[in-house]
Design a protein around this ligand. Structure first.
Ligand SMILES: NC(=O)c1ccc[n+]([C@@H]2O[C@H](COP(=O)([O-])OP(=O)(O)OC[C@H]3O[C@@H](n4cnc5c(N)ncnc54)[C@H](OP(=O)(O)O)[C@@H]3O)[C@@H](O)[C@H]2O)c1
Length: 322
C-alpha cells in the first residue's frame, strides 16, 4: 500500500514537471533588481495561429525595463503578475490551430510574450537558418524590425548621408548596417569606447555632445539628408538644426519629437517575416554582424535588465535558457 502511494506521488511530480516551467515575473512596477523574480508556473498554451517554443535565447530590450518601471503606464497598463520579454529563439514544442508553416521540432525565432521563461508563445516567427546561432536569432527581431522601419520612414535617397544618433546599441548597430546596404553613407554617434566598433559596422564615427554640428559639417560637407534619433538623449532640436528640416528627422525613442515637427516611428512591427528572414540570411552569409555584449542565464535576468537600463550597450544582451 505504502509503495503504491509513493509511486502515485512520484507520477504526480513527474506530471507537474511536464506542465510546470521556470519563468521570470514581476508583481509591481519597479526597477529590475527590485521586482523581478523566478517562479514556477504552468506552461502557456498556444491559441489559434500561435506556437509554443522551448526557449533557447531571448533578447533584452529597453522596452522590457521601461514597461516594468511604469514608463508606459499612461498608454499601456501592465496586468500583474507580468512576464517579461518580447523576442526569442527556440524549438517548436506545440502549435495552435491553423498553424501549418512549422512543426514540432523546428528551430524558429520571432516575436512573442513573456519570452524570459523556459517556454513561451510566439505570435510571429520565421524558421532559423542553420548558420545562425540561437543566441543571435533570439536578439534579431526588435532591433532589426525597428531599424528597417525607421529607415523606411526616413526614406533617404541612396548615395546621400544620414546621421544616426546612438549608433552603437541594439537598434543603432542594425540601422548602420541596413542603411549601408541601402547605399547610404552613415555618420554614427557613440561614446569614445565605441568609435572603432562603429567604424567596423560601416559608419563614419563621431562622438555625441557639444560641437556635434561642427563635427558633422566637417565629415559631410555636402550636408545631411536626414537624421535618426535612436538614443532618445533629448537632442531633437540639435538634429533638426543639423539637417535643416524637421520632417527629415525621425525618432524611435523620444516622444517629444513631434512637438518640434519631427516624426516618431512607432510599432506595430511591419513586414515581419520579410525583415527577419532577410537579416538572418545576411547573418548566415557573413554579411551582417550582431554583436552580443553578454549572455546571462535565466536566473540572472534582473541583472541583465539592470545593465540594459544603464544605456551603455554595444549591440545586445541575451538571456540563454538551458
Ligand atoms: N519606436 C519603436 O518602435 C522602438 C522599438 C524598439 C526600441 N525603441 C527604443 O529605442 C531606443 C534604443 O533602443 P536600443 O535597443 O538600441 O537601446 P540600447 O541598445 O540600450 O542603446 C544604448 C546605446 O545608446 C548609446 N547612447 C547612450 N547615450 C547616448 C547619447 N547621448 N547619444 C548617442 N548615443 C547614446 C550608447 O552608446 P555609448 O555606450 O557609446 O554611449 C549605447 O550604445 C530605446 O529608447 C528603446 O526603448 C523604440
Amino acid at each position: 500500500m505504502i509503495q503504491l502511494c509513493i509511486i502515485e506521488s512520484l507520477k504526480e511530480i513527474d506530471m507537474n514537471a511536464n506542465v510546470q516551467m521556470k519563468a521570470i515575473r514581476y508583481n509591481t512596477y519597479g526597477a529590475p533588481e527590485a521586482v523581478l523574480e523566478m517562479v514556477h508556473i504552468s506552461k502557456p498554451e498556444p491559441l489559434a495561429g500561435q506556437i509554443r517554443i522551448k526557449v533557447r535565447a531571448a533578447g533584452v530590450n529597453p522596452s522590457d525595463w521601461k514597461r516594468m518601471e511604469g514608463q508606459y503606464k499612461d498608454f499601456e497598463e501592465v496586468v500583474f503578475p507580468s512576464g517579461i520579454g518580447v523576442e526569442a529563439s527556440g524549438v517548436v514544442d506545440a502549435v495552435g490551430a491553423g498553424v501549418a508553416s512549422v512543426s514540432v521540432g523546428d528551430a524558429v525565432f520571432g516575436y512573442g510574450n513573456d519570452t524570459m521563461a523556459e517556454y513561451a508563445i510566439l505570435s510571429h516567427w520565421v524558421k532559423k537558418p542553420e548558420g545562425v546561432p540561437f543566441e543571435v536569432a533570439g536578439a534579431i527581431p526588435v532591433a532589426s524590425e525597428t531599424a528597417w522601419r525607421c529607415l523606411d520612414d526616413l526614406n533617404a535617397n541612396p548615395g546621400s548621408t544620414i546621421l544616426v544618433s546612438g549608433a552603437a546599441g541594439g537598434i543603432g548597430s542594425a540601422v548602420v548596417q541596413l542603411a549601408r546596404r541601402r547605399g547610404l553613407q552613415v555618420i554614427g554617434t557613440a561614446g569614445a569606447g565605441n568609435q572603432e566598433y562603429l567604424h567596423e559596422l560601416g559608419a563614419i564615427p563621431t562622438t555625441y555632445g557639444d560641437g556635434l554640428k561642427e563635427r558633422v559639417k566637417k565629415l559631410a560637407p555636402n550636408g545631411i539628408a536626414g537624421a535618426l534619433d535612436i538614443a532618445g538623449s533629448g537632442n531633437i532640436p540639435e538634429l533638426i538644426d543639423i539637417v535643416g528640416d524637421p520632417s527629415k528627422v525621425v525618432s524611435v525613442a523620444d516622444f517629444s519629437a513631434v512637438e518640434y515637427g519631427a516624426r516618431f516611428s512607432a510599432g506595430p512591427p511591419r513586414h515581419i517575416q520579410h525583415v527577419l528572414s532577410e537579416v538572418a540570411n545576411l547573418y548566415a552569409k557573413g554579411l551582417y554582424q550582431l554583436h552580443i555584449q553578454a549572455v546571462f542565464p535565466l536566473k540572472e535576468t534582473a541583472r541583465a535588465q539592470a545593465i540594459s537600463s544603464q544605456k551603455k550597450m554595444r549591440g545586445k544582451l541575451v538571456i540563454v535558457v538551458d
